[in-house]
Design a protein around this ligand. Structure first.
Ligand code: SF4
Length: 200
């Protein structure tokens, strides 16, 4: 008997969930590609622009972007070079180290990043239909999957509570607590991209 998650004869619920996640990943690719084409950019160029729009200076560096997108520094350097030639970013060198630079969006780059960051709108529509309890369960399930993928090295650690040195389980091992904020976190308050995240 086949155990492929993509075998239509396979009626296991786990396999249906995995096949469904694959379709959602495909939707991300299609939506991102469509948005990229409208601006004559590649998908990775759009992803980098959106990342730059929402993250602080220490994360706007080639090495950080390479880790974030699981790509080589050479590939990200090429992406940055192309974005610079299109007038969407500039490089900011520090006085102490003229080889290292942070990447800054130009006004035109900010404008395109803001527009393209809405490429997920069709994914939001069905989520809006879910009630709060279903959303909470879905969020916790997805965080659990991402956490596992981080742990086994499939994707680089993301800025989530479960990989943060400020995170503690709540009292009695129940719930969640952030030592930095000094407060309990409801499941819906768990972060998947926290600016204050410090890797464990
Ligand atoms: S600092 Fe951010 S990522 Fe870390 S535990 Fe607190 S809320 Fe979560």
């Amino acid at each position: 008997m086949s155990h492929s998650d993509f075998d239509p004869q396979n009626q296991r619920m786990d396999s249906k969930i995995i096949a469904s996640l694959e379709r959602i990943a495909q939707a991300f690719r299609v939506l991102l590609w469509t948005e990229s084409k409208e601006h004559a950019l590649s998908p990775i160029q759009v992803q980098v622009l959106i990342f730059l729009l929402h993250h602080s200076e220490e994360k706007r560096k080639v090495s950080y972007l390479a880790s974030e997108f699981n790509m080589t520094k050479a590939t990200i350097s090429d992406t940055v070079k192309s974005l610079e030639q299109k007038g969407l970013i500039s490089k900011e060198y520090t006085e102490r180290d003229t080889r290292s630079y942070a990447i800054r969006l130009s006004d035109k780059g900010k404008d395109i990043a803001s527009q393209t960051s809405l490429f997920t709108r069709e994914l939001r529509a069905p989520l809006d239909e879910l009630d709060a309890g279903d959303k909470e369960n879905l969020l916790l399930s997805l965080i659990g999957i991402i956490r596992h993928l981080n742990r086994v090295g499939v994707i680089t650690p993301q800025r989530m509570c479960f990989t943060c040195s400020h995170y503690r389980p709540g009292s009695g091992g129940q719930g969640h607590f952030c030592q930095l904020l000094n407060q309990s976190l409801a499941p819906t308050e768990l972060r998947v991209d926290c600016a204050e995240h410090v890797p464990v």
